[in-house]
Design a protein around this ligand. Structure first.
Ligand code: GLC
Length: 527
């Protein structure tokens, strides 16, 4: 058997660099701050670190509007700091992934500044330009994911440019070979500096329909995220040609001695479409984000159905990934668990025992809740948009609470952080001192997963379980039973020893053919 890639057996950790740790007391997290806290991640047992965008950016969308793909945002540090981070992480066995944003650039990127000046400019065709429709109407019916038309009229040349997100994020034209070549050079630039791969922003959406055909209206059974837009993104995203780009990137990395990994943001509504981003199982993305799972919640039947579909539909050789929080969603302890610690613990047990690579979001390991962000502190363009009633995504991006002291161990005492702190009672130091904490549960689950190949590599086989419960076997030796309900249940078919219970008092218990679980309780047993 071919050697298993590090990211298959490991656990990934996403962090938002502005909010992890502030080393210079300006209220904004930075790369030196991350270096200072690598021991936390090593102690936790993390194998790979994905940093949300680190590039220079005017921050119309907090780094997702890139002004230079080959440098570091001065708020976060320097290229040398990033290289130091890569080597300091490497010393602890942790690899670093960057967040590549190929769908668009900032309107302040020199390519766009050039493009918008003149219809004959060298970079004009790097973006998507069209004449306005009759009466100055937008060129087609596409809407921006952030709301409003996806077209911005530009007075200098009388044409409109496409932006699927903010108007300060003009979309690149992926039909242009120069754009493709430039991004391959950007990937190589970072691989040469020791980056172990990329999370690819909007990986499903970078190539647009060549004829820019109108999108069809939504249907009643479409997920809420689409219904909100009023249209299916049939021609503006998820075009068949995107797979050519992903295959080319996979080939490019495959030439390296340690092939980098590609983790794609595949915001697609169903598992059939998700499966296509793995190509033949070996020639496109290594991991694709599973948004249907993130959306389904702690519902035993519905979540097990998503897992069963993944098990059935991913091509041979492909490997699933699982996420329950990220920088675009309400944190799972609030969204899935309504602040109930039992559910928080159960969700983490689920995340860390499925077949596939778990991706933790910073703060998940302590059950960090969504923070309240007062209206005058909102920074996210989604929350700032005129006429929108959406709160925005800031509540999931607030500073990591390392302690409950002034500054929270995130920044110096008395400094106001760039986003307000959430509840400091939930913090790393307190949980580290408490063997029964969420933090220790997560660390112990990661350690067990690493130690036992049934848990990191074994097959997934669902077991019979009463309504509200979910049980599965991993490989030949491990079994997981989760009670996702308010009533006690007895799950049959479990023997062996409870290695870890969400109630730690059960660790070590011998099981003789079944396990009784209280509401929102779970166990991992090994025979
Ligand atoms: C992705 C990112 C999101 C960003 C958008 C535009 O969905 O996850 O944070 O706003 O792309 O780059």
């Amino acid at each position: 058997m071919a050697a298993r890639a590090w990211w298959r057996d490991g656990v990934l950790y996403q962090l938002y660099p502005r909010s992890f740790a502030d080393s210079d007391g300006d209220g904004t997290g930075d790369l030196r701050g991350i270096i200072d806290h690598l021991d936390h991640l090593a102690w936790l047992g993390i194998d790979g670190l994905w940093l949300n965008p680190t590039f220079p950016s005017p921050n119309a969308d907090w780094g997702f509007d890139v002004a230079d793909f080959r440098d570091v945002h001065p708020d976060l540090g320097t290229l040398a700091d990033l290289e130091d981070l890569i080597s300091a992480a490497g010393e602890r066995g942790i690899r670093v992934l960057l967040d590549l944003v190929p769908n668009h650039t900032s309107d302040e990127h020199p390519w766009f500044v050039d493009a918008r000046g003149d219809r004959a400019a060298p970079h004009r065709d790097w973006y998507v330009w069209r004449d306005p429709g009759p009466g100055g109407a937008p060129p087609n019916n596409w809407v921006s994911i952030f709301g409003g038309p996806a077209w911005e009229p530009d007075a200098a040349t009388g044409q409109s440019y496409l932006h699927m997100f903010h108007r300060k994020q003009p979309d690149l034209n992926w039909w242009n070979d120069a754009v493709r070549a430039e991004f391959e050079a950007i990937l190589d630039f970072w691989y040469d500096r020791g980056v172990a791969g990329f999370r690819i922003d909007v990986a499903h959406g970078i190539v647009k329909d060549r004829d820019l055909r109108d999108n069809p209206p939504v249907r009643e059974d479409d997920p809420p995220s689409l219904r909100r837009l009023g249209q299916r993104l049939e021609y503006s995203m998820n075009r068949p040609e995107v797979h050519d780009v992903l295959r080319a990137w996979k080939r490019l990395g495959g030439r390296r001695e340690s092939p980098p990994m590609l983790l794609g943001e595949t915001f697609v509504p169903d598992i059939d479409t998700l499966a296509t981003f793995y190509g033949d199982g070996t020639d496109e993305l290594d991991l694709a984000f599973n948004f249907p799972f993130l959306d389904v919640g702690l519902d035993a039947r519905a979540a097990a159905a998503v897992v069963a579909e993944v098990e059935a539909k991913l091509p041979e050789g492909a490997w699933p990934s699982w996420t329950i929080s990220n920088h675009d969603s309400v944190r799972f302890p609030t969204r899935w668990a309504a602040g109930d610690d039992r559910r928080v613990r159960l969700a983490l047990m689920l995340l860390l025992t499925l077949r596939g690579t778990p991706i933790l979001y910073y703060g998940d390991e302590i059950g960090m809740r969504e923070a309240e962000v007062p209206a005058d502190r909102v920074r996210d363009p989604v929350g700032l948009r005129d006429g929108s009633d959406e709160p925005g995504r800031d509540g999931a991006r607030t500073p990591m609470p390392w302690t409950d002291a002034p500054g929270a161990g995130f920044t110096a005492a008395g400094i106001e952080p760039w986003l307000p702190f959430g509840d400091l009672a939930v913090n790393v130091a307190a949980q580290r001192a408490d063997a029964g904490s969420v933090l220790h549960l997560v660390r112990d689950l990661i350690a067990l997963r690493r130690a036992d190949d049934a848990l990191h590599a074994g097959s997934y086989t669902p077991l019979d379980a009463p309504a509200g419960a979910w049980a599965y076997r991993r490989g030949d030796r491990a079994a997981v039973a989760l009670n996702l309900s308010d009533a006690g249940v007895v799950v049959p078919g479990l023997t062996g020893r409870v290695e870890i219970g969400t109630d730690r008092a059960r660790d070590g218990e011998a099981l003789e053919g079944s396990v009784a679980l209280g509401p929102w309780e779970g166990v991992v047993a090994i025979t």
